[in-house]
Design a protein around this ligand. Structure first.
Ligand code: P6P
Length: 334
């Protein structure tokens, strides 16, 4: 089969539907897709190219960094920094914002990314991925500022993620639905495989690390207990699935439905996942796919980040499950 609907063609076709588009966003997405292809090869060959294992350093999160984390970060910093369209970049691997190597004063966008989420799973061949989110600068006449990253997720221009697994997939949205692509390794092109991903309103799968049960708060315990008990009318118990790799658990949730939870707990009142480059881009995708993403109190896209590395509880899924979760939160908290 000749792959005709490639990512590049699809992006340019989408661009033509936006009268005032300049093609910059299309160029950015193409740059990100190139970075994803390069990172895919690094992940697939890490085992025999000496790229598995740790660097011996810790990142701003206080986590031991993997060699692949830094390689993936470097790929995106180089590619996106030289695209000319970004003024500033934020990476999970960097303490503060980074000025684009060839950033022009009139560059319209800023980008935040997690270059390789789930890298702790690398050695066991569990899928990992890259997550990104793009904002316009708040003031187009000014150079990009740190505060351009502290916008609510409702202002996201485009966001998406890749998964380096049995296939390399690329899922993104520019605010007109969620589109899925699969890398054709024979030609090195991403080919459209799902023009519009829509999350089922009600699913049958819940996804959470139950090892945290002893330190969950009461509302979370009540919800998880209710999704596991026999109730014919509600269609419970749901099946449990947990990969421990955010992009994999999230991607399964938007395709098959149900709910993914990485909630707050007594040791981490604001959870583990990062708001700017994990929760917000995936919340944008979840809403574009017809679902919801909350922190237990409000929709993630209504939260204004206070700093570029802040954490956030992340619960995402179909409207049925998220509405149910939020009702239990409200009832239990009183
Ligand atoms: P836990 C992987 O380390 C990661 O950052 C995400 O990819 C994943 O969803 C989460 O942490 C798993 O966290 O606390 O269940 O090990």
């Amino acid at each position: 089969m000749i792959p005709t609907q490639t990512l590049a063609r699809f992006i340019h076709a989408q661009e033509k539907q936006v009268p005032q588009s300049t093609g910059e966003l299309s160029d950015l997405l193409t740059s990100i897709a190139l970075g994803v292809k390069i990172i895919a090869r690094l992940v697939q060959t890490a085992g025999f190219k000496g790229l598995q294992g740790y660097t011996g350093r810790v990142n701003v999160q206080g986590e031991k960094t993997h060699l692949l984390d830094e390689e993936a970060d470097q790929v995106l910093m180089e590619l996106l920094g030289s695209s000319g369209h970004f003024g500033l970049l934020v990476s999970e691997e960097r303490d503060s914002v980074v000025a684009a190597k060839e950033g022009r004063r009139d560059a319209k966008y800023v980008v935040a990314f997690d270059p390789l989420d789930g890298s702790s799973n690398i050695g066991t061949n569990i899928p990992v991925g890259t997550i990104f989110t793009i904002f316009r600068k708040v003031d187009p006449d000014k150079e990009a500022q740190h505060d351009d990253f502290l916008q609510k997720g409702r202002s996201i221009v485009a966001a998406g993620y890749s998964i380096y697994g049995a296939k390399v997939s690329f899922v993104y949205s520019c605010g007109a639905g969620v589109h899925g692509f699969t890398l054709d390794p024979d030609v090195g092109e991403f080919v459209l495989t799902e023009e519009k991903i829509v999350i089922p309103d009600k699913g049958k799968i819940y996804s959470v690390n139950e090892g945290y049960y002893p330190i969950w708060d009461e509302p979370t315990i009540k919800f998880i207990e209710s999704i596991k008990k026999e109730d014919e009318e509600r269609g419970t118990p749901y099946s449990g699935r947990y990969v421990g790799s955010l992009v994999s658990d999230f991607d399964r949730t938007i395709r098959k439905g149900g709910i993914f939870l990485h909630p707050a707990n007594k040791k981490r009142e604001r959870g583990k996942l990062r708001l700017l480059y994990e929760c917000m881009p995936l919340a944008f995708i979840a809403e574009q796919a017809g679902g919801r993403a909350v922190d237990g109190t409000c929709d993630i896209l209504d939260i204004k980040p206070q700093n570029i590395h802040e954490r956030c509880p992340f619960i995402a899924g179909g409207k049925y499950e998220i509405d149910w979760f939020m009702r239990v939160m409200a009832e239990t908290r009183g």
